[in-house]
Write a protein that binds this ligand. Structure first.
Ligand code: SAH
Ligand code: SF4
Length: 416
């Protein structure tokens, strides 16, 4: 059986070619250039059918070929005999007080992966203040991060975005010392169908507007599958995401950046996390192989176009990379690259000794970048009450666990 979610539309059309029927085929074959004409007609028909099936699955959420009423009975029989529509098993789903939804999925080999849905409104009330929700987080207007993390006043009707934070691997091989997934090591990479289905399952439950590959794993360590999955995400007959709404985040696997852009044109985020090679190599072993200079050179070559920018993520670790001189060095490093900086105050966990800096330190760091002309946002840590940070849910529950049914919020409206 071939798994439907592992196929691009063109690959599906190729599979359908042998069962494409052309009217008066025998007569056509006898004409001049007949065989070519027949083949062209068959290809056109196969592509049309592939588009129809993509619509049924990815846009109408139908997972039973028998319900695809505009397909012929013969075609449905062929599909049932040869192609399987894959599903993931939801083993855990829970909504946090701030509206974040956390999911744990079981794969066929019983391994688990996690994804999080992060809702964001255009304007949100945090404590007594109303703040603007920006592209990659919120404008940080001097509110204590602790308070901001718990936003009980989130008005679900005014959600502008529902961002799905998804996994690319089971575990991660990159061994960044501050990251819980890194501490766990790599189990295996996800297949195309597992990545696509993870997002499809989330879309069955909520009207997702953005995808970020910032869950478990290093997407560019699984670049072939992630690039192909992104093609399906962006396909106008598939999930039809805009390239601006799908972001691949990498710790800096330089060759993977070029490979990704040979196949797809999604947005890029780089986990910079340091301003010198010495510092970066201490927390991110990948830097010993591809140091900052090579990483930024690869970033400069990314075919962005259309006012797109690269997001540079910077995890702020207390007394390690949070000093004003670090901020100045970051500003200098990124000169000339269309960029925005996303500061992430460290999310403390038992797998690391690092601590979260004070709010003042975070604000001072942000101010330096803003004064240097950068867009610098602070990611408010959300979903902490359900352990939404990288790898934390999985490490707590290991594999399969009893299901706690989530509140279905597919009714919620979005404005973006
Ligand atoms: N492997 C990819 C994507 C997943 S990690 C990458 O490294 O980019 C997503 C982001 O979470 C990265 O920017 C990483 O630096 C950050 N991160 C990991 N552990 C964290 C923690 N404990 N607190 C805050 N940010 C963390
Ligand atoms: Fe892997 Fe990213 Fe965690 Fe580093 S930060 S260990 S690359 S998931």
């Amino acid at each position: 059986m071939i798994i439907f979610q592992s196929l691009t539309k063109t690959e599906l059309a190729d599979l359908l070619l042998p069962v494409s029927v052309v009217k008066y085929e025998r007569d056509l074959m006898l004409e001049e250039g007949g065989p070519e004409k027949v083949l062209l007609k068959k290809q056109k028909q196969a592509l049309l059918r592939a588009r129809q099936i993509f619509h049924w699955v990815y846009q109408r959420y139908v997972t039973d070929f028998d319900l695809m009423s505009d397909l012929s009975k013969d075609l449905r029989t062929f599909l049932k005999a040869n192609i399987q529509i894959y599903r993931l098993t939801e083993t855990y789903a829970k909504q946090s007080e701030d509206g974040t939804f956390k999911f744990l999925w079981k794969l066929e080999d019983q391994k688990t992966i996690e994804s999080v849905i992060i809702p964001a409104a255009l304007k949100e009330k945090v404590g007594d203040e109303v703040i603007d929700a920006l592209e990659d987080g919120k404008r940080y207007s001097g509110i204590e991060t602790e308070k901001a993390g718990l936003n009980k006043d989130l008005d679900t009707d005014s959600w502008a975005r529902l961002t799905a934070c998804v996994s690319s691997q089971v575990g991660c091989a990159m061994a960044c010392s501050f990251c819980l997934t890194g501490v766990q090591g790599l189990d295996r990479s996800l297949g195309v169908h597992e990545v696509v289905t993870q997002i499809h399952e989330l879309r069955m439950r909520a009207p997702i507007t953005n995808i970020v590959f910032m869950g478990m794993g290093e997407p560019l360590h699984n670049v072939k599958n992630i690039a192909k999955a992104c093609q399906i995400l962006l396909d106008e007959d598939g999930m039809n995401f805009s390239k601006r709404k799908v972001t691949v985040s990498t710790s800096g696997l330089v060759p993977g950046i070029e490979e990704l852009y040979q196949v797809t044109d999604v947005s890029l985020a780089i986990s910079l996390n340091s301003s010198t090679d010495e510092q970066r190599s201490q927390i991110m072993p990948v830097n010993r192989r591809w140091p900052i200079k090579e990483l930024l050179a690869a970033c400069r070559k990314v075919p962005l176009g259309g006012h797109r920018r690269i997001t540079f993520e910077y995890v702020l670790l207390k007394d390690f990379n949070d000093k004003p001189e670090d901020a100045h060095r970051v500003a200098k490093l990124l000169k000339g690259i269309p960029s925005k900086v996303n500061l992430i105050p460290f999310n403390e966990h038992s797998g690391s000794e690092f601590k979260r800096p004070t709010d003042k330190t975070v604000l001072d760091f942000q101010k330096i970048l803003i004064n240097q002309g950068y867009t610098a946002t602070v990611r408010i840590s959300r979903g902490r009450d359900i352990l939404a940070a990288c790898g934390q849910l999985r490490s707590l529950f290991g594999t399969a666990r009893g299901t706690e049914k989530h509140k279905d919020f597919t009714q919620s409206s979005t404005t973006a």
